[in-house]
Design a protein around this ligand. Structure first.
Ligand code: GTP
Ligand code: MG
Length: 493
């Protein structure tokens, strides 16, 4: 059966589709090491086959795109060939730009639907075998999808059987003959052989015949043995026949009992090694990590994402894995930058708390758009600007060096909100820069110099928070550090 499809572009994995469990991340890495030379120089149109311990890898390249199909060991190259070529053709057709596969759009939906059809076309086979009257047809009827039945010549019937969104062809033998030569044909190429026998009335020789049939014709097929009609026997009997039967790993069942279908489906799921449903804590963990991230509890968020990676690894959830690994990478980066900032500001010890801002030139303010006229007409007085935005005209003060400038940083966070609407002429801004001045304006300018932007209001807020967390007034180098961290974070987010 078809288990996984991996698609690579320039040797980078760009897509994985998991039909059933097969290769985990590490096993896939090992396979890639083996086939790397094929990827470097692909032979278009040629499919290579590589058996692994439990599975097989079929691989083929076209241009810069490389395809891997993981199947069970039963599937021959001849059998896989047609399906593989269909996959390559379709991908090539839908994605002239292979990297577009990462986008969640209609194209991708269509492609995924096509992959489901491909799995159906693979015709994975489940054959029900066993002695006469064991309950084979009862099982067949229990599992088959109605109205899908077809005759396989005159010796078998086949219907669709769906399990975990995977499609199988389910075969039921029609001849009343334990020794028919057609049994070999019946089981050949099966992914799974289910032997059903009547536990209340069995014949060891006949049972052995069917076990040999499996060994001979289906040595690569998976096997499930059901001892049916357990409702007809008691515990004493079961104890007595245990040694007599000489079969291990058979499952007692009563196919005519209600809900036995769920038990059978679970047994088939296990023996075929299909995908397990996600553990119940997966979604809550996912929500938790998102909330932690939002709340800024980055270290805890990383821990939760690591737990999710472990679950995704166990379940071979390749798409989740990539996502979570990216998250951890970005969060760790943010944590590092935070630490770096903390270290920087802690290093600044020599700081004399500034008392007062001194400006070198008068600041002109523009009217509030529309608002000033309104205010005038209503004869209301404008609130005067805060003192610190006024300037002194003394020549001495114009020549003051930046170190001598004292700004009242305690005012940060208590500004007049109208300040956001104030614009200063470029000339004045330049003069003001020379003399340090308002820390928020300095930060804004520093950020702009580094090719980014942040509103004056947010600069103000940013510095207020910084000051609060430091528990002391800010100094010039703190503002420099703040600008650097902001721009860095913006570039990585
Ligand atoms: N008591 C009991 N009877 C069952 C159970 N499962 C099937 N049977 C009965 O066993 C008989 C044979 O069942 P089938 O499903 O026709 O068996 P089969 O293996 O297909 O038989 P052939 O095709 O004739 O070889 C039927 O009468 C079923 O009703 C079970 O779990 N308990
Ligand atoms: Mg039958």
């Amino acid at each position: 059966m078809l288990r996984q499809i991996h698609i690579f572009y320039k040797k980078e994995r760009i897509f994985t589709h998991n039909y059933a469990l097969a290769l985990g991340v590490n096993e896939l890495e090992n396979v890639l090491k083996i086939i790397t030379s094929y990827m470097e120089a692909p032979m278009p149109g040629k499919i290579f086959q590589k058996p692994l311990s439990n599975f097989q890898v079929f691989h083929q390249g076209k241009g810069k795109v490389y395809y891997l199909m993981i199947t069970d060991q039963i599937d021959s190259l001849q059998y896989v060939n047609k399906i593989f070529n269909q996959l390559v053709k379709k991908f090539d057709e839908i994605y002239p730009n292979p990297l577009e596969i990462s986008q969640e759009n209609q194209k991708r939906e269509d492609f995924l639907q096509y992959l489901n059809q491909l799995q159906k076309d693979f015709h994975s086979k489940v054959a029900i075998v066993g002695p006469l009257h064991a309950g084979k047809t009862t099982l067949y009827n229990m599992l088959k999808v109605d109205d899908t039945e077809r005759n396989i010549m005159d010796f078998a019937k086949s219907s669709n059987f769906i399990l975990d969104n995977l499609s199988f062809d389910l075969w039921d033998f029609q001849l009343q003959d334990n020794s028919s030569l057609l049994w070999s044909k019946f089981v050949s190429g099966s992914d799974l052989i289910i032997i059903v026998f009547d536990i209340s009335n069995y014949n060891l020789k006949i049972l052995e015949k069917f076990l040999n049939l499996k060994r001979r014709e289906g040595n690569l097929s998976k096997l499930l043995i059901l001892g049916n009609k357990v409702d007809l026997v008691n515990k004493e009997y079961l104890k007595r026949i245990k040694n007599d039967l000489k079969i291990q790993n058979y499952h007692l069942i009563s196919l005519e009992v209600k809900d036995s279908n769920l038990e059978v489906l679970n047994l088939i799921r296990n023996v075929l090694n299909l995908k397990q449903s996600l553990p119940h804590n997966f979604d809550p963990l996912l929500n938790k990590s998102k909330t932690l991230e939002k709340e800024g509890k980055l270290v805890e968020a990383v821990k939760t994402y690591k737990e999710l990676i472990e679950i995704s690894n166990q379940n071979q959830l390749f798409s989740y894995l990539k996502n979570f690994e990216n998250k951890i990478f970005l969060l760790n980066k943010k944590i590092q930058e935070g630490l770096e900032l903390k270290r920087k500001v802690e290093r600044k010890k020599k700081f004399a708390a500034p008392q007062q801002i001194k400006f070198s030139k008068k600041v002109k303010v523009k009217n509030l758009p529309g608002g000033l006229d309104e205010l005038k007409s209503s004869k209301k007085n404008l609130t005067p600007l805060p003192k610190r935005s006024k300037q002194k005209s003394s020549k001495d003060e114009l020549e003051i060096s930046p170190e001598d400038i004292k700004s009242n940083l305690q005012l940060i966070g208590k500004r007049n909100p109208m300040k956001e609407n104030i614009e200063k002429s470029p000339k004045e801004l330049k003069t003001e820069n020379k003399s340090i001045g308002d820390p928020s304006i300095i930060l804004k300018k520093m950020i702009e110099d580094k090719g980014s932007t942040l509103s004056l209001n947010l600069c103000n807020l940013y510095l207020s928070e910084m000051e609060q967390s430091l528990g002391r007034p800010l100094e010039y180098s703190d503002i420099e550090a703040a600008a650097e961290v902001f721009v860095k974070q913006e570039q990585t987010s």
